[in-house]
Design a protein around this ligand. Structure first.
Ligand code: SAM
Length: 485
């Protein structure tokens, strides 16, 4: 039997099955213990410190008690604190990105994914460098600056050299005023050496979803292929960090296993990264299983209702206050609207989940042949930007932090010292101005500049405010781009 140890580098010790079962038991026993719940909520609240704010976060046990509690008044307080934390550390900014599918060749047997090896009727496709270029131009023409590249696992068709070549191509394309300034990477678990190569290629975040933390279910859901190895997959983030990548993104594919188990596992993973590497996950994604070719989500019995999904997001927000949270277009507009109030800080927009889904297609045309899953939010990027602004959020195309070396714990300390209003906030406004000037519809442009004028006034440092105003005027009146603090 394995013993729970957050500092261990062994998957079964830092994601310890017995500890999760104990946690769930503890949560059930204490879900009506109001004294404990009040003390947990008190601990979770952001506290003013100097110019900024600090937050204690919650342990997986404490957060699991909140998740188990069914009291409506407690739930309301959880959502309120989640929103307070989001505003304290991320302001009203929402970072924008799009996925770029490179290849759907895959040697794994994941039961929930249409790219599984046994799916013989899905066409297999891998982008050539010319096709990567066309996709990137199409994405730049929409206004994107940040991508998440996606690929199946196939050492012959998609070796690391192919991924590196694609990253190189993506960064090299400067079309009109466009540029992709941050490439995040979502590829299968790999070696320290390969992570080092990805780091050298200048990637932003390395993203890898755990899918499920439940080892037995994991093995059943991944019956064949290299991904079958639970420990190798679960220990991937430690290898990524050893390879020099200090922004890593976690996630669970909700619907596969019991959500309470996944929730505790996810937080234990975050605690493990903090304990071993001194820095928690940069982001956490919350995907839910979607219908796809050869996949019926109802075959998995653990689907969660929207209300619980929102509560999970809010509880993650307060447990790991400095971690960005991502919601993709797997969810529709209504769910995404609600999730924005639960602490989400990053959304995708105008996404295509097929290989070669952008170039040559209009906003309302979408190829389905190689699609990974059904996209529920099918609005164009312009519609998503307009929607966010109407709801009082600032869509941000900023990629400054990692380009200025503010990754890992350096990013976290920016959060904690309250410098965000003099750094991330003006960066968001300047990159939004770029979007409005180069890509937006007239209506979005009008809404956007009104928002920028209002939001500029929130910058507390007069010098920073003056520079930001000056740069935005430059963006409007010239082709000068890429200003950043
Ligand atoms: N191949 C890489 C790996 O094995 O981690 C990652 C790329 S895969 C394209 C990205 C993610 O899509 C997977 O980690 C999985 O969580 C998610 N996914 C797969 N099938 C899905 C489905 N039917 N609905 C929603 N998400 C799905």
């Amino acid at each position: 039997m394995y013993k729970y140890d957050p500092k261990s580098l062994k998957a079964e010790e830092f994601i310890n099955h017995e500890e999760i079962l104990e946690t769930l038991k503890y949560a059930d026993e204490h879900k009506n213990d109001m004294e404990l719940i009040n003390s947990i909520l008190e601990k979770a609240r952001p506290v003013k410190q100097g110019n900024g704010c600090v937050c204690a976060g919650l342990s997986h046990r404490e957060a699991s008690v909140l998740l188990a509690c069914e009291d409506p008044e407690v739930n309301e307080r959880i959502f309120k604190i989640a929103e307070e934390i989001k505003l304290a550390f991320y302001g009203n900014r929402i970072v924008i990105f799009a996925p770029l599918y490179l290849s759907n060749y895959c040697v794994n047997g994941c039961l929930y994914c249409p790219y599984h090896l046994k799916n013989k009727h899905i066409p297999r496709k891998k982008l050539t460098q010319e096709e990567v270029k066309a996709e990137v131009i199409a994405l730049q023409d929409m206004g994107h600056k940040r991508l998440a590249i996606e690929s199946g696992e196939d050492p012959v068709n998609n070796p690391i050299e192919y991924i590196l070549e694609c990253i190189n191509t993506i960064y090299s394309i400067k079309h009109k005023n466009g540029a992709i300034r941050r490439v995040n990477v979502n590829i299968a678990a790999t070696t320290v050496e390969n992570y080092r190569k990805l780091k050298e290629a200048g990637i932003g975040t390395y993203i890898l979803f755990q899918e499920t933390y439940h080892k037995e279910s994991y093995k059943r859901l991944h019956p064949t292929g290299p991904k079958h190895d639970y420990a190798y997959h679960t220990e991937a983030m430690d290898r990524a960090m050893e390879g020099g990548i200090d922004d890593v993104g976690l996630g669970v594919l909700f619907g596969l296993e019991m959500y309470r188990y996944e929730f505790a596992g996810l937080l234990m993973h975050a605690e493990h990264l903090e304990a071993v590497h001194g820095v928690g996950p940069h982001t956490i994604s919350v995907p839910r299983v979607k219908p796809a070719d050869d996949i019926d989500p109802d075959e998995f019995d653990n689907g969660i209702a929207d209300e619980m999904f929102e509560k999970i997001a809010a509880c993650i927000r307060i447990a790991v206050p400095y971690t960005g949270m991502i919601i993709s277009t797997r969810e529709n507009e209504e769910v995404r609207s609600k999730m924005l109030q639960c602490g989400i800080s990053q959304v995708s927009g105008g996404s295509r989940t097929s290989v070669g889904g952008y170039a040559g297609y209009s906003d309302d045309e979408r190829p389905h042949d190689t699609e990974q899953f059904d996209v529920s939010d099918q609005r164009s990027l312009d519609e998503v930007i307009e929607w966010l602004m109407e709801k009082g959020h600032i869509p941000s195309f900023c990629t400054a932090c990692y380009r200025e070396g503010r990754t890992g714990d350096r990013f976290m300390s920016l959060c904690k010292t309250g410098q965000i209003l003099n750094c991330c906030h003006p960066n968001a406004l300047m990159t939004l101005a770029e979007y409005l000037e180069d890509y937006a519809s007239p209506k979005t442009k009008e809404t956007g500049y009104a928002l920028i004028d209002k939001e500029l006034e929130k910058i507390t440092n007069p010098k920073v405010k003056e520079i930001a105003k000056h740069n935005i005027a430059d963006i409007r009146n010239s082709n000068r781009r890429d200003f950043r603090f």
